[in-house]
Write a protein that binds this ligand. Structure first.
Ligand code: IMP
Length: 191
């Protein structure tokens, strides 16, 4: 069975391909000739993941799954959340986003936050979602140069290093995306 993963990141694709049953062949967006920006206009992370998966089914007719991720900060009522990529503006710049978040948390003692990934799977006309959460806190300064996005200012619960200071393997084990993808893989293995 062919299953589209709504990504063009070939590392992500290879990683997940190694974990799914052999009879499932994962295809990237470029494999199916999808080069346009898929709309992500919903007000929730879950809504955006579903919107992307439904778009692919409607326009390309493949079974597929799509993910969407956001950082939800307790003291900011869940912001930046679904707006994580463009928190500081349409330039979608990680440094600007982190500076904005650190500024908005300057006077706050509650620095609790979590990353949330939702994977939406569209399989034979049925929709299923898998959610991965990684709890932690926002540091007061940036630390580390690994990873991407908000990694330099996010420390997972029980860790004294930020996501930008730990290895990718370790991040995948405890991280939001890894947890959501693990649930997807269990589901696909039990089909
Ligand atoms: P996306 O849905 O995976 O594109 O994620 C949306 C935005 O959330 C990204 O542009 C990043 O700013 C942020 N983000 C997502 N995943 C991570 C992560 O693992 N570490 C840090 N930031 C992330």
């Amino acid at each position: 069975m062919k299953l589209v993963f709504a990504t063009n990141n070939h590392n992500k694709l290879k990683e997940v391909q190694a974990l799914v049953p052999d009879h499932i062949e994962l295809l990237s967006l470029s494999d199916i000739g999808c080069n346009e920006d898929i709309p992500e206009t919903q007000p929730t992370i879950e809504g955006n993941a579903i919107q992307k998966a439904e778009y692919l089914v409607k326009h390309y007719g493949y079974n597929c799954f799509a993910d969407d991720t956001g950082l939800e900060v307790e003291a900011l009522e869940g912001d930046p959340g679904v707006y994580s990529a463009r928190y500081a503006g349409p330039q979608r710049n990680s440094e600007d986003n982190m500076n904005m978040l650190l500024g908005n948390l300057k006077d706050k003692s509650n620095r609790n936050a979590h990353f949330k990934t939702v994977v939406a799977l569209h399989l034979n006309g049925e929709l299923k979602t898998f959610t991965g959460i990684c709890k932690g806190e926002i540091t007061t300064e940036k630390h580390g140069d690994k990873g991407f996005g908000y990694d330099p200012i996010f420390k997972a619960e029980g860790y004294d290093k930020t996501f930008a200071q730990i290895s990718l393997e370790e991040k995948n084990k405890i991280g939001h995306r890894g947890k959501a993808v693990q649930q997807l893989i269990v589901f696909l293995n039990n089909l």
